[in-house]
Write a protein that binds this ligand. Structure first.
Ligand SMILES: [Zn+2]
Length: 504
C-alpha cells in the first residue's frame, strides 16, 4: 500500500515542495530511494533504519521503495530524514495514511530519534506553507526561530520523532509557532557616526543613500575617514520589516546563524574576492554571493578600483535591476541583490592627487589608467559622488541622532508611497514620471531643462537627480520636490565636480 507525505528541498535560495511516496514490495527487507536523491539523502536510509529500530519498530520488514517527486529536481539536505522515516512507517501500515498525507515533515534524525536542526529552514518551511494540500508542517524545535519568520499557524515543533508519532495518532499535541517578532530599532552597534569628525557633506550623502537606497562613491586621500564613515553609517539603517527579515533569512540559509536577531546586513568583501564569491553561483549547490548577502543592507567596497574587473562589472546588473542572474547547469537562477552600495577609493594610486597637504607622486598616465578601471557605464549607475577633504572639522557638524530621526521620517514617507507596489525605496523606481510624489512644478521643470541643456545630461542622470531630490524632500517630510531639493541633489551629481575629480 502506498503511503504519501510531503517535505521540501532547496532550489536556488527558495524551497520547493517534494512529494514523498513509499510503497511495499514482497522482497528482501531494505529501503530504496528514487527521484534524484543527493548524497546526504542517500545516506538517510541508514539513519532512518537505525533510528526506527532503536524505537522498537521492525522497519523495514519488506522492500520499501520511497520516491521523491518531482523526479528531475535534485534533492539535497538532511531535512528529508523525518519524512522518509514517517513514509516508511506508513508503508509498513504502522501509521494512518490519511493523516500523514496532509502533513509535511522536515528534520534530520539522530540514531536515537532526536530531531536535529536543518539548514535553509525558512525557505523550506515557506514553500510548504503556501501549499494548500498541507495542513501541518512538523519541524525540529531548534528551527523555531526560522519558523517564526514565516508566520504560519500550520507549523508545529518537536524535538523527538516519538512526539511526532504520538501527534499523528492524536495522543498528544505539539507546540505551535506564534509570530511575535517586532521590528525594534537597532541600537547595539558599537560604531557611531559622531566619531567621524566633520565631513558633513559625506555624512549627509550617506544619510540620503541609506534613506532612499541610492549608491554612494566616496573619494579622498588615505586617512580622511572614508572607511570609518562607511562602517559607521550602518547605524542609520532603518528597522527591518517582517518581509525583509524573511528575505535576509533565506539568503543566509546556508549558514548556521541565529535567526533570533536578524538585522540588516553590512557586507564588506575584500578587494581580492573572486567573481563567483561576489556574484554567487556554483554547480551542484547554489552559493549565495556577497551581492545577495548584502540584500536589504549595505554593500561596502573599500579600495573600489582594486577589485577585479569582472567583479566591478558584475555590479551593473544589480545596481540597475536589484537582482542578479546566475547561470547553473541547465538553467538560470535569479538571486535578490537590493542594497545600498557605498564604494570608497583613493583618487590616484599614491592617494594624494586631491590633497592640499601632500603632493601626488603618480605620473599622469598612471592616474588615468587607475581611474579608467571604473567604466563610464558603471559610473553612471552611482548616484552620489562625494570628495572627502582633509581636516574638514566643520563646527556645524550634524549629529547621528538627527540623521537617524530624519531617515525614519523618509522611510515612513516611502512606505506610504509604495504600499501598493513592489518597490520600497525611491532608489528602486525606474520610471519616476508615473509615480505620485514625483510631480514637478513649473519652476522645477525649468530648472531641470536648463541643466539638461547646459550640461547635455542624459536621461539616466536626470532621473538620478530627481530620485535623489525625492529622498531629500522625504527626509524633511515634504510632499513636493522643490528647487531647494533639486539643488542639493545636484551637488552630488554636478558634472563640474565630476570633471574636477575624474576629468570626465
Ligand atoms: Zn598619486
Amino acid at each position: 500500500m502506498l503511503a504519501k507525505t510531503f517535505s521540501s528541498t532547496l532550489l536556488g535560495i527558495n524551497g520547493t515542495v517534494v512529494t514523498v511516496e513509499a510503497s511495499l514490495q514482497e522482497s528482501l527487507p531494505q529501503i530504496h530511494i528514487t527521484g534524484l536523491p543527493g548524497d546526504i539523502v542517500k545516506e538517510a536510509k541508514e539513519r532512518v533504519k537505525a533510528c526506527l529500530n532503536a524505537l522498537g519498530f521492525q522497519v523495514p520488514n519488506h522492500r520499501i521503495v520511497i520516491h521523491l517527486s518531482p523526479a528531475n529536481t535534485k534533492k539535497q539536505g538532511s531535512q528529508f530524514d523525518l519524512a522518509l522515516a514517517i513514509s516508511a512507517l506508513g508503508a509498513e501500515n504502522l501509521l494512518p495514511h490519511a493523516k500523514i498525507s496532509k502533513m509535511a515533515f522536515l528534520g534530520e534524525l539522530s540514531l536515537e530519534g532526536s530531531l536535529l536542526p536543518i539548514l535553509n529552514a525558512t525557505a523550506l518551511i515557506e514553500c510548504l506553507n503556501k501549499d494548500s494540500k498541507i495542513e501541518n508542517i512538523i519541524i525540529p524545535e531548534k528551527n523555531f526561530f526560522d519558523a517564526k519568520l514565516v508566520s504560519s499557524k500550520k507549523v508545529l515543533v518537536a524535538s523527538h520523532i516519538r512526539q511526532v508519532i504520538d501527534f499523528i495518532f492524536g495522543e498528544s499535541l505539539l507546540k505551535t509557532v506564534e509570530n511575535n517578532l517586532t521590528s525594534e530599532v537597532l541600537t547595539n552597534y558599537e560604531l557611531s557616526l559622531d566619531d567621524v569628525l566633520g565631513q558633513t557633506l559625506a555624512k549627509r550623502a550617506a544619510q540620503i543613500a541609506i534613506a532612499g537606497r541610492h549608491h554612494l562613491l566616496l573619494i579622498g586621500s588615505p586617512g580622511v575617514g572614508k572607511s570609518l564613515l562607511a562602517k559607521s553609517s550602518q547605524v542609520l539603517l532603518p528597522p527591518v520589516s517582517e518581509e525583509e527579515r524573511l528575505e535576509i533569512s533565506k539568503n543566509y540559509g546556508q549558514f548556521r546563524i541565529s535567526q533570533e536577531n536578524i538585522q540588516r546586513p553590512f557586507r564588506s568583501p575584500h578587494h581580492t574576492i573572486s567573481s563567483a564569491a561576489f556574484l554567487g553561483g556554483g554547480s551542484a549547490k547554489v552559493l549565495v554571493g556577497e551581492l545577495s548577502l548584502a540584500h536589504n543592507g549595505i554593500l561596502f567596497m573599500d579600495e573600489f578600483p582594486e577589485f577585479r574587473r569582472d567583479v566591478i562589472e558584475g555590479l551593473r546588473e544589480p545596481l540597475e535591476t536589484g537582482s542578479i542572474h546566475v547561470h547553473r547547469i541547465g538553467h538560470f537562477l535569479t538571486l535578490p541583490a537590493k542594497f545600498t552600495l557605498i564604494a570608497a577609493m583613493n583618487p590616484c594610486p599614491c592617494g594624494f592627487s586631491l590633497s592640499n597637504q601632500r603632493p601626488c607622486k603618480c605620473p599622469r598616465e598612471k592616474v588615468n589608467s587607475y581611474r579608467k578601471k571604473l567604466s563610464g557605464p558603471l559610473f553612471d549607475r552611482l548616484d552620489l559622488l562625494v570628495k572627502m577633504n582633509e581636516s574638514n572639522h566643520n563646527s556645524k557638524d550634524i549629529s547621528e541622532a538627527v540623521l537617524k530621526e530624519q531617515v525614519l521620517v523618509a522611510i515612513e514617507k516611502q512606505k506610504e508611497r509604495y504600499k501598493k507596489s513592489l518597490m520600497r525605496f525611491n532608489g528602486d523606481v525606474s520610471l519616476w514620471q508615473n509615480i505620485e510624489g514625483f510631480e514637478l512644478g513649473e519652476e522645477e521643470q525649468t530648472w531641470l531643462q536648463n541643466k539638461k541643456e547646459k550640461y547635455l545630461l542624459n536621461h539616466r542622470t536626470i532621473s538620478k537627480v530627481v530620485k535623489l531630490s525625492r529622498t531629500i524632500a522625504d527626509l524633511e517630510n515634504a510632499n513636493l520636490i522643490s528647487n531647494k531639493h533639486l539643488n542639493e541633489a545636484w551637488v552630488f551629481r554636478c558634472p563640474e565636480v565630476l570633471q574636477k575629480v575624474f576629468y570626465f
